[in-house]
Write a protein that binds this ligand. Structure first.
Ligand code: GLC
Length: 441
């Protein structure tokens, strides 16, 4: 891509971020996603740092408004506009004694990208300011990571367990869909499906008013997500109470890969700030980096998420298998093998990589949300991992195809990996922000 095209692309990305700016935080997209989302704001700050580093800092600070007193960072902080009362009422964070006063949030978390975002924003500051930025953010980061271990690693296995697909960030990815169907499909919902009455659910969906159903989670599965959420809410989002009864709990591969990287960045932040992290946390961090290998299937030569309860790997193909590259914790051999898989045309390298489900999987659907389309944040994470393992050429290629795809089709939420046709919402913030980062870093 020549410089003029890249400049034009970065300018139009900056316009998207400006239009989605709500003062101190940014909506992922104005119609479909009118609130603040955790990992979205992290990706947004990573892009914004090139335009206005102070605004990028504000984006991340504003996430801490929603932090619970036990350390949990919620995946959503709801807009306080009157018209959004229904969303606030749906999650009812106030049922938990840990939820903050005066602000409504969800009761679950999302991939822990915050340490990476804080670190990268800090890289744009001169050393004294960087130190004070890191000092400022460190306590919240430590308490978040400590909460993940205390609350979501009850057997001290080193791997974090998730209680809802939304926590994984890849809502309808096949491994989660298969667990959802096994453990979160009540009889009434199974009956609706059997008698082909799933369309009744559409009446209650808000997302499909803004995009077509063909590009979103299916009706039955969307209702199962809602059922799973109500179960958490009924237990006031108390993980211990939930885990003592539930079979629906997953040691998610994307989340844990990102967590390993976040732990690494957290330690870097602490070092620069001159405040070592607690010894007990440090020990847990070491354990997690090796525990990732438990998610490797020797017979398959790939990584998978695992059921927390049965301890069986959920061997449903998805882009998650490539995320250990981003973690930085796997051996060079395993990394080289993942790169080989990444390059297979019939799996992860169609014309516009990387599909969120390999093309040769029966579950692949080029338009359907996390069931096939290419997402810019996944590409960004994998580009980062490729570079870390010395696959600079592959990283560059992926960077180019990502930018060409966005230049061709616009700042969409996701893209058809076969022809780059846009799907989901237009003017999507993390697509814009990460486009800027790929161009300007
Ligand atoms: C969807 C995505 C999730 C994202 C949110 C806001 O729910 O699956 O990862 O954070 O939209 O963009």
């Amino acid at each position: 891509m020549d410089q003029a095209t890249a400049d034009r692309l970065a300018d139009s990305a900056a316009e998207v971020l400006k239009a989605n700016d709500r003062g101190d935080w940014t909506v992922p997209q104005p119609n479909l996603y009118p609130h603040q989302w955790l990992w979205d704001s992290c990706f947004i700050a990573i892009g914004l740092r090139h335009l206005d580093v102070e605004r990028a800092q504000t984006e991340l600070r504003s996430l801490l408004r929603g932090q619970w007193s036990n350390g949990m960072l919620p995946n959503m902080i709801f807009s306080d506009e009157a018209k959004h009362w229904r969303d606030r009422q749906l999650w009812r964070s106030w049922v938990s004694p840990y939820a903050p006063d005066g602000i409504a949030t969800s009761g679950i978390t999302q991939p822990p990208m915050l340490a990476e975002a804080v670190y990268r924003v800090g890289q744009k500051l001169k050393l004294p300011e960087r130190r004070s930025w890191y000092k400022e953010m460190l306590p919240a980061l430590i308490s978040y990571h400590e909460w993940l271990y205390a609350d979501r690693d009850p057997h001290q296995e080193g791997l974090i367990v998730l209680l809802h697909p939304y926590e994984a960030g890849l809502d309808n990815t096949p491994p989660w869909l298969s667990e959802l169907r096994k453990h979160s499909l009540p009889l009434w919902l199974a009956a609706l499906e059997k008698f082909k009455l799933g369309w009744l659910i559409s009446i209650f969906r808000r997302d499909t008013q803004h995009t077509t159903l063909a590009e979103r989670t299916g009706d039955i599965e969307a209702a199962a997500d809602w059922v799973a959420m109500r179960r958490l809410r009924r237990k006031a989002y108390n993980s211990e109470a939930i885990l003592s009864r539930s079979l629906f709990a997953v040691q998610d591969l994307v989340f844990n890969s990102i967590f390993i990287r976040a732990n690494h960045q957290l330690k870097e932040i602490a070092k620069t700030a001159g405040h070592p992290i607690p010894e007990s946390l440090d020990q847990k961090i070491t354990k997690t980096a090796t525990a990732l290998e438990e998610l490797y299937s020797e017979s398959n030569g790939q990584y998978f998420s695992r059921s927390f309860v049965s301890h069986k790997l959920i061997e449903e193909p998805s882009i998650a298998t490539l995320l250990p590259l981003y973690s930085g914790a796997i051996s060079k051999n395993h990394a080289a093998h993942l790169v080989e898989i990444l390059k297979r045309k019939q799996m992860f390298s169609p014309r516009w990589p990387i599909p969120s489900v390999p093309v040769d999987s029966p579950a692949f659907n080029p338009y359907k949300y996390w069931q096939g389309p290419t997402w810019v944040n996944m590409n960004w994470l994998i580009i980062d991992g490729l570079n870390r393992y010395g696959f600079g050429l592959e990283a560059k290629e992926l960077e180019h195809s990502t930018l060409r795809m966005v230049a061709k089709s616009g700042m969409y939420e996701y893209f058809n990996p076969l022809n780059a046709r846009p799907a989901g919402a237009a003017d999507f913030s993390w697509t814009a922000a990460l486009t800027i980062d790929l161009i300007k870093r």
